[in-house]
Design a protein around this ligand. Structure first.
Ligand code: F6P
Length: 547
């Protein structure tokens, strides 16, 4: 790669496999999933794959063997194999930031060699993990004492984006495995309410703040961290309390020291870990304290199992590659604009929110790696809620609306909390929903039930709505790691096909910069001149107005 950036590649829509996919869709679009199943009794047994404890049924996607072959050819033409190898090799595939992308090194077993700029990073990763373990054990055992000699009972993670969503999602997902004598809170929003509500019932003498920020410059996190320090110092009566009640997770040792946290109490990571790919780096410190080092290691093993599968399995059996390519099929050929993520497990309630950053900050891009405008739609909107709550809210639109909304259903064979028939009822809904979405209900069927003619159209379900079903045995730390890695690599697969940089996030900059300017203006006298557009000026004036 030259200083100017990567060499131009062929426009995506001009690729032979893209054109072939378009022609293929033109004929397949008229085919209903009902017919695909009717014409192939083995479809449900064939169109599935399994890896790292996750079973994916994609037979209810609107694809045939030909579609899958063409998608595979597209991935090959776009150099996906080379991109995967480049990532695992530590090449600087985040071209706009000139960084390697090595979250896979965070979960590589000790003894593996992965180099960045000639340095094997695995021993560094293992060294940080070992320090995290010592620290997590000292909190869990009560050996770590607060400023007044009390043991720590409350852990408050202060961070935002990748420094919040991963930790809070993982804490909720693995809550069943957590130490219930410890309370965990997560403060992210610069809205003071977030901090106030998270801390109002906490005893400062028993509270540890983990200030998590890759850059240690993020406005929201730094503001909340300053507030937390003032809160703790006021309650504990001494600046010396900071040493026992604050630790930091960051790549910025200087910033941490400047804030007043001794770097002895800092857990580091590296610029080759993107914020949204960091829940298994030291950013996962709160997770490790909650579930213990053994469970954290099991989660890393789950990540690693999926990494190894992604690296080595042929594309036609490769779970993340398949998920990624099916997403491209739905997005670019069926024209779907969103994906609903529907975990049928209450512990995964924050999983859709976590996935929003992972998918949309990664693939919400408008230019290719070489800076040209993309010629096809890139990342869709991800959203979702745990089942069955969504069923009584937005599923109406998924079943009968005018938009195609592909869905990822996620369920488990065994519950963590056995409670009467609850789990059977829950999972019956997963299977029923995907069946209903695929097969629908025809006017003939509705009529045959004795429905009056005028009501028939209202009760018809077109069906033919694409879904994935991801089924695992049980929600364990290992399963969670595999599940997150599955989506991480599916995102990378899609980014590689679209030819975009899935690892930068320039789109967050403009708003941040303008906010910096406006902060000063909001705090200036109401008469200070404003030079924005007339709308922004008028909003600021109204806000600043004394009455
Ligand atoms: O503003 C977006 C972002 O840069 C995310 O990519 C990141 O996860 C988040 O802010 C938090 O950044 P930091 O960990 O540096 O505070």
């Amino acid at each position: 790669m030259s200083e100017k950036g990567p060499a131009p590649i062929q426009a995506l829509t001009a690729r032979p496999s893209w054109k072939a996919l378009q022609a293929h869709w033109n004929t397949l679009s008229a085919v209903h999933l009902r017919d695909m199943f009717a014409n192939d009794a083995t479809r449900g047994d064939r169109l599935n794959t399994e890896a790292a404890g996750l079973y994916l049924d994609y037979s209810k996607q609107r694809v045939t063997s030909e579609t899958l072959g063409l998608l595979n050819a597209l991935a090959t033409e776009c150099g996906l194999r080379e991109r995967i190898d480049a990532m695992f090799r530590g090449d600087k595939i985040n071209v706009s930031e000139k960084r390697a992308v090595l979250h896979v090194a965070l979960r590589a077993p000790a003894g593996t060699t992965i180099t960045v700029d000639g340095v094997n990073v695995v021993p560094e990763v293992q060294a940080v993990l070992a320090r995290m373990e010592t620290f997590a054990r000292s909190i869990r055992s009560g050996d770590w004492k607060g400023h007044t000699g009390k043991r720590i009972r409350n852990i408050v993670n202060i961070g935002i984006g990748g420094s919040d969503l991963g930790p809070v999602m993982a804490y909720e997902a693995l809550r069943w495995y957590s130490d219930r004598s410890l309370a965990f809170r997560f403060v992210s929003n610069v809205d003071g309410t977030d901090f106030v509500e998270a801390t109002r019932d906490l005893d400062a003498a028993e509270t540890l703040f983990i200030v998590s920020s890759k850059t240690f410059t993020t406005l929201e996190t730094m503001t909340n961290a300053q507030t937390a320090r003032a809160w703790a110092v006021a309650a504990l009566g001494s600046n010396a309390a900071v040493a026992k009640h604050f630790v930091a997770v960051s790549t910025n040792a200087e910033g941490v020291a400047k804030f007043g946290i001794d770097t002895v109490n800092m857990f580091g990571f590296w610029d080759w870990v993107g914020g949204r790919y960091s829940m298994d780096a030291a950013i996962g410190l709160s997770t490790m304290i909650a579930v213990g080092p053994e469970n954290f290691r099991a989660m890393l093993a789950g990540f690693n199992a999926m990494d190894e599968h992604f690296r080595s399995a042929p594309f036609e059996r490769n779970l993340p590659v398949l998920m990624g390519l099916l997403g491209i099929w739905n997005n670019n050929f069926l024209g779907a604009q969103t994906v609903a993520v529907l975990p049928y497990d209450q512990y995964l309630k924050r999983f859709p929110a976590y996935l929003q950053q992972l998918t949309m900050e990664s693939n919400g891009k408008h230019v290719t790696l070489e800076g040209a405008t993309v010629d096809a739609a890139t990342g869709p909107v991800y959203w979702g809620e745990p089942g069955t709550n969504g069923q009584h809210s937005f599923y109406q639109m998924i079943h009968q609306g005018t938009r195609i909304i592909p869905c990822d259903f996620i369920g488990f064979r065994k519950p963590l909390n056995e409670l009467g028939r609850h789990h059977d009822l829950l999972m019956a809904n997963v299977f029923a929903q995907t069946e209903a979405l695929a097969f629908g209900k025809t006017a003939e069927q509705v009529k045959a039930e004795g429905t009056p003619d005028w009501l028939v159209p209202h009760r018809v379900f077109e069906g033919n709505r694409p879904t994935n079903t991801i089924l695992a045995d049980q929600l364990t730390p290992h399963t969670l790691g595999a599940l997150v890695a599955l989506y991480e690599h599916a995102v990378f697969t899609q980014g590689s096909v679209w030819g975009i940089d899935s690892f930068d996030q320039w789109g967050v900059e403009l708003g941040k910069a303008l906010a910096q300017r406006i902060i000063g203006e909001l705090e200036a006298p109401a008469t200070a001149p404003l030079t924005h557009d007339s709308s922004t000026n008028s909003l600021i004036r109204r806000y600043r107005s004394p009455n």
